[in-house]
Design a protein around this ligand. Structure first.
Ligand code: ADP
Ligand code: ZN
Length: 529
């Protein structure tokens, strides 16, 4: 790297204009690019569509050598490389989908120093042949795309990403830039530690997507609700409809088609040819609807997706944010619409309980689901809640359903105080772990085995909460979580006070909660703890 960062910035800007045809950098890009050009490590959090790619594509061109891009999106490598080549950037990729001859050509180009960018599937770095190959050329930087894939806490874990922690030992002088569109504080810390990027500069862009209108409604008749949305508000628009199962994808694609809306299915059960054809039609043609499982969408860059509809509850806020983030990348008004019901919660709980992984993994998934439910149930602005989840603050937006038509609320201060008073008392028995179920048993005065075992029927709040049913208490607890008045210790599901709890306990703060007729929580939440 040249020592004079002044000229580097202008070289970066010059590259932006000459190669990519854009006049100015977007928020954050210039700073990040400058830092990486200078040889620094970076951890970049930017929402989908924020412009992460340029953050490594430009330094790769400005710095000597080839930028190595590690990406899990094998299916998109060809497209990404084609797009770069069309701009005159020398790019290639190596993955298991290629045949031997194709690989040889790319390897020779790299070794000859002819490539600006080389895309690699993460598993290739486990091969000693790849490591030897990399040593035959000059590495300008490592870009680790979709960096959240290293997080076991997140929803997209890829074991191969763990090997990326070794890049720094092997090539200590090569700058590394890790990028993701989805990371809470916890995930961010995990990415930094697992990728050996504790010393990296962190760039966190705003996660707000003001042009997306967030709406979440109870599921009554999902098909009809969807049809109404598409016909009344999005006739002729391109959009994505997410379903949890393949079966449901097929069913809803058929239903929309029967009703005169051209809809293509996409899920892992379709053969690769059909999947690729449907994806490319969706990308290239106007006004198509794709009905898909979450297998669809990572890395998809279609600017004019006008709506993303979820017919089933996403498993986490991160997933929800990522999926809805595919709407409105062009900045024009778009809709993120979700219908959820009791059965969703039951299904997801079951999936969690019968799924793979150890108890800790299941508890983490349960916590993810609770955060998602909290978003569904908030009385406040959805956008504020969403940003808060990512550790960012915002003002009520005026462009989400709860801002546009505020839900009916009730004064739940006393109920909140009762829950908190139990938590406070249990907190004194720090060595023990008590979840929501146990707290509710105490409030209801139930002499469960655990209540008896710990002598909790002698606690002062024992039996003080008989005015609400168990389901209602669960709703109260969940909304306390949603409002940050209670927090949950992720490894054990233990409910804890927060800094804000004290004000409620001391009567300095009222707590309002959303009133809903029959809340989809009762049985559903039971299996969580
Ligand atoms: P991400 O990877 O963060 O989802 P991309 O890198 O794909 O986002 O960028 C999203 C879109 O924004 C792309 O079409 C890209 O060409 C465009 N873009 C990125 N940076 C700029 C810029 N400085 N000016 C104009 N358009 C940009
Ligand atoms: Zn709002």
């Amino acid at each position: 790297a040249s020592p004079d960062s002044g000229t580097e910035v202008s070289e970066a800007l010059e590259t932006l204009r000459r190669v990519f045809g854009y006049d100015t950098f977007r928020d954050g890009q210039q700073e990040i690019i400058e830092h990486v050009v200078d040889g620094g490590d970076a951890l970049v959090l930017m929402p989908t569509g924020g412009g992460k790619s340029l953050c490594y594509q430009i330094p790769a061109q400005v710095r000597k050598g080839t930028g190595i891009v590690i990406s899990p999106l094998i299916a998109l490598m060809q497209d990404q490389v084609d797009a770069l080549r069309a701009l005159g950037v020398q790019a290639g990729f190596l993955n298991s989908a290629q045949d031997f001859d194709e690989r040889r050509v790319v390897e020779a180009q790299y070794a000859a120093g002819e490539l600006d960018l080389l895309y690699l599937a993460p598993e290739r770095l486990r091969l000693s042949s790849t490591v030897e190959l990399l040593d035959r050329g000059t590495i300008a930087l490592f870009a680790i795309d979709e960096a959240h894939c290293v997080s076991q806490w997140g929803h997209d874990f890829r074991p191969d990403y763990l090997t990326l922690s070794g890049l720094h030992e092997r090539w200590p002088d090569v700058p590394r830039i890790a990028l993701t569109a989805t990371a809470t504080e916890a995930t961010r810390a995990e990415i930094a530690s697992r990728l050996n990027l504790e010393g990296a500069k962190q760039y966190v862009a705003s996660f707000d997507r003001p042009n997306i209108q967030y709406r979440i409604e109870p599921k009554t008749d999902a098909k009809r609700q969807l049809l109404r949305l598409l016909q009344n508000e999005h006739a002729g628009d391109a959009g994505i409809v997410y379903c949890l199962s393949r079966n449901s994808v097929e069913k809803h694609a058929g239903f929309l088609t029967q009703n005169g809306i051209e809809a293509l299915p996409y899920h892992a059960g379709l053969d690769a040819g059909t999947r690729a054809a449907n994806q490319s039609r969706f990308l290239r043609e106007d006004g198509l609807v794709i009905v898909a499982t979450i297998a669809f969408g990572m890395g998809i860059d279609k600017p004019d997706v006008r709506f993303v509809a979820h017919l089933d509850l996403p498993k986490s806020v991160e997933g929800y944010y990522q999926e809805t983030g595919r709407a409105g990348r062009d900045g024009l008004p778009s809709t993120a619409w979700l219908a959820y019901g009791l059965q969703d919660v039951v299904n997801l709980r079951k999936m969690i309980d019968s799924g793979e992984g150890d108890a800790a993994h299941r508890r983490r998934q349960a916590v993810h689901l609770d955060s998602m439910l909290a978003l569904c149930e908030t009385v406040g602005c959805r956008r504020v809640q969403l940003l808060d989840y990512f550790g960012q603050s915002g003002e009520p937006c005026g462009n989400c359903d709860t801002c546009l038509s505020p839900p009916e609320t009730w004064d739940a201060t006393v109920a909140a105080q009762k829950v908190l008073s139990v938590i406070v008392r249990l907190d004194r028995e720090r060595r023990q772990k008590f979840g929501a179920g146990h707290i509710i048993d105490i409030l209801l005065g139930k002499k469960s085995a655990k209540v008896i075992q710990f002598d909790h029927d002698s606690l002062k709040p024992f039996g003080v909460g008989t005015e609400l049913r168990e389901a209602e208490w669960r709703a109260v607890v969940r909304q306390l979580l949603a409002q940050g008045l209670v927090t949950v210790e992720s490894d054990h599901g233990t409910l804890l006070q927060t800094d804000a709890s004290g004000d409620v306990l001391r009567g300095r703060r009222t707590v309002m909660m959303r009133r809903e007729p029959d809340r989809p929580t009762a049985k559903a939440a039971k299996t969580a703890k």
